[in-house]
Design a protein around this ligand. Structure first.
Ligand SMILES: C[S@@+](CC[C@H](N)C(=O)[O-])C[C@H]1O[C@@H](n2cnc3c(N)ncnc32)[C@H](O)[C@@H]1O
Ligand SMILES: [Zn+2]
Length: 379
């Protein structure tokens, strides 16, 4: 296999030569390597430099880049696995090159996680991670990290596939990116609680074509019960932008939109709890400049957004609100400052460039946007 040397973070490794503009998707290359996931890997390396798990299983490793970087850049002992023999040959060469506490295995991830335990487990498959949740929920001692790239099922674009994989009903709303992340996390929670275990998210985000969540595992029944308490539904009005949050694992009762009287539709069950451990996110921001990351600038930007986001489960798109009331969208920073002046905590969200997370009720946002248009004499 033709390969080239690549450096990510402070780790240099071999990756297959692949034409980025090829008509074949990277998933069909003999060994998969996607440069667009560097940000995702950078975030995990930075997080692991704080968590320091006893060991880390990169269960679907391809070139091994994730595990290699964790070993080299954080000093964590790693196990790097792939079921594909060509991938494992490349991982073995890379492990020799990079050095560190690395063992390499060639196995099916589900079989590998059966009856064995690993301090931290990373699931990074092609598409959906759902078939691996059950085994990982038993095998992960303290941490579970998951990437999902099946954004269409998680966002409501492929409705039936989303329901089958995650046992939840999404909906294609303007905040579908958040629904996708929370739906994936809801499915993780559901698998953990059946083993009387729970989860506490440490770092979770949505980006371009994937969702990523890092959670701490709670090993007590009380933790499992607390996790169940964070499962719920977003009740979305099908006629206007009103939505409400309802905790509970049972489908909520009949609920009517207070603004237009339409019957709301449930989205979920979703993870309704917090997405981050803010203390860890704050210390990640602090230590970021002391490490070497190719995507440091983007990391800093996203981490600051994550730190500021309040624990509400949806966001508003101010362009959609403006269009709905047939006025022009105001400058975003002016509107955010205006809503904060009125006493409503309002920030940008990492989920969307036109999204705001706010404690302001919908009519308050609409009034502010309308007043801004009137002030400028806009039609
Ligand atoms: C998306 S790639 C992994 C990318 C890698 N983690 C990275 O950051 O570049 C998915 C890999 O999972 C492997 N894989 C898929 N299903 C598997 C399974 N059931 N057990 C083990 N490996 C599997 C594939 O061979 C492929 O190399
Ligand atoms: Zn309504």
């Amino acid at each position: 296999m033709e390969y080239r040397m690549v450096t990510e973070g402070s780790t240099t490794f071999a990756a297959p030569v692949q034409d980025e503009n090829t008509q074949f998707p990277p998933g069909t290359a003999p060994v998969f390597y996607n440069t667009k996931m560097e940000f995702n890997r950078d975030m995990t390396v930075l997080l692991l430099s704080h968590l320091k798990p006893a060991e880390y299983l990169d269960s679907m490793a391809a070139t091994g880049v994730r595990g290699l970087r964790v070993a080299h850049e954080t000093g964590t002992p790693v196990i790097i696995n792939d079921r594909d023999s060509a991938a494992v040959a490349m991982i073995e060469e890379n492990a020799k090159l990079v050095g560190g506490d690395i063992s390499v295995t060639c196995d099916d991830a589900n079989r590998m996680m059966c009856g064995k335990y690993f301090d931290a487990i990373d699931l990074d498959p092609f598409g959906t991670p759902a078939p691996f949740f059950d085994a990982a929920s038993r095998a992960a001692r303290h941490y579970l990290f998951v990437t999902a790239t099946d954004t269409a099922p998680l966002c409501g674009a492929h409705l039936k596939a989303g329901i089958r994989r995650y046992f939840a009903t999404p909906k294609n709303t303007e905040y579908h990116a958040e629904v996708g992340l929370r739906m994936m996390m809801g499915a993780m929670a559901k698998e953990l609680v059946k083993y009387d275990r729970g989860m506490e998210p440490i770092l979770s985000f949505a980006r371009n074509h994937y969702f990523r969540s890092h959670v701490r595992i709670l090993n007590r029944v009380t933790g499992a019960d607390a996790t169940m308490g964070q499962i719920g539904f977003v009740m979305q009005c099908p006629k206007c932008l009103y939505r409400a949050e309802q905790k509970g694992s049972l489908l909520p009762k009949f609920h009517v939109c207070p603004y237009c009287g339409a019957e709301t539709e449930p989205i979920g069950p979703l993870w309704m709890g917090s997405l981050q451990d803010k203390e860890i996110v704050a210390s990640m921001i602090e230590t970021l400049p002391t490490m070497q990351f190719g995507t440091a600038k983007q990391m800093d930007k996203v981490l600051r957004l994550l730190l500021a986001e309040p624990d509400v489960c949806t966001f508003y798109d101010y362009h959609v609100i403006s269009r709905n009331i047939r006025v022009s969208p105001p400058p975003m920073d002016e509107m955010i400052a205006g809503l904060n002046e009125l006493g409503y905590y309002t920030v940008r969200t990492h989920f969307s460039v036109t999204g705001i997370k706010t404690s302001a009720p919908l009519p308050v946002i609409e009034e502010w946007i309308a007043a801004w248009n009137e002030k400028l004499g806009l039609p």
